[in-house]
Design a protein around this ligand. Structure first.
Ligand SMILES: [Zn+2]
Length: 294
């Protein structure tokens, strides 16, 4: 049964590993029958820094200038939402929590822009890197996080929800730590996008075994609504990446050849296949009707 809307599972798309997938007949959510795994073990140092494995990033640090610029882009969008959504129009920068903050680049940029920030990261390597930046980051899987008495104005979750075994629980957690009227921002691949449909089983976000769920805009809206959020903005996300990274990905995909990571031009290019979607939702004020969770 679909974890977002309770719809019946239909036949899903073909995945690169041949694993069977299901697609919710109502909201379009796609999932597969992944084997049991330990997230802390999957997202180790190799995930961020390895050419030996298919998983993760070849050299996350080399991408950092682009990651930083992408973070500022996303932060700017979130800040505009907060400003527009606040009664005074001031959109005071207060407290922001990031779920799955990786090595802490987004939190670092948010802090530089005046936010009080903290976050959680399942990868010991990522959490340690974030701590080195002087960030308050808890090394924990989302399932281990407990709501606190502290309330936040924003929760961000960039390219994380597709990795989670319990996306519903993650949004419930986000809602539980936000003040009424607070904002949730998230991004993930869109399995309904043209790029996904044209690429078939070769879609670059059919990244198994890390990606467990593949969302549609409809399923994301439904998931947010279920936890009291009103989706105010849906955008196609794009990212700044070093030109060298594009060369590396293209030669890997098209020529099946491994180039030396970081070789080639360093300048940043905006890149998108219009298959990554960003949703920005506002938590309804207290007293507003909320659908019961699972
Ligand atoms: Zn569904």
């Amino acid at each position: 049964m679909c974890v977002v809307c309770g719809g019946a599972p239909g036949v899903g798309p073909r995945l690169p590993t041949g694993a069977a997938s299901r697609r919710c007949i109502r909201c379009g959510l796609v999932w597969w029958d992944w084997p049991e795994f330990e997230p802390a073990a999957l997202y180790d140092r190799d995930y961020f820094q390895s050419t030996q494995h298919a998983k993760g990033y070849d050299d996350y640090a080399a991408l950092e200038p682009g990651v930083r610029r992408t973070a500022r882009l996303r932060l700017g969008r979130l800040e505009r939402c907060v400003r527009l959504g606040s009664e005074s129009g001031a959109g005071d920068k207060r407290r922001l929590f990031e779920i799955g903050c990786g090595t802490g680049v987004f939190l670092d940029e948010a802090r530089a822009a005046g936010w009080e920030v903290c976050g959680a990261e399942v990868s010991a390597y990522g959490a340690a890197q974030a701590a080195q930046r002087g960030l308050r980051v808890e090394r924990a899987a989302i399932e281990e996080l407990r709501p606190t008495s502290e309330k936040f104005d924003c929760v961000a979750m960039w390219d994380v929800i597709e990795h989670l075994r319990d996306p519903d629980g993650a949004i419930a957690f986000a809602a539980s730590i936000l003040r009424p009227g607070g904002w949730m921002a998230l991004s993930t691949g869109d399995v309904d996008s043209l790029a996904a449909r044209v690429s078939g089983s070769r879609w670059h976000l059919y990244n198994l075994p890390e990606h467990l769920f593949f969302f549609t805009v409809r399923s994301l809206r439904a998931l947010l609504a279920r936890h009291g959020f009103e989706t105010k903005l849906v955008v196609r996300e794009w990212q700044w990446v070093p030109a060298s990274y594009l060369v590396e990905r293209l030669s890997k995909t098209l020529l099946r050849r491994q180039t030396r990571p970081g070789a080639g031009p360093r300048w940043l290019l905006p890149a998108t296949l219009f298959d990554i979607v960003g949703l920005y939702g506002q938590l309804r004020e207290a007293g507003a009707a909320r659908e019961p969770g699972r």
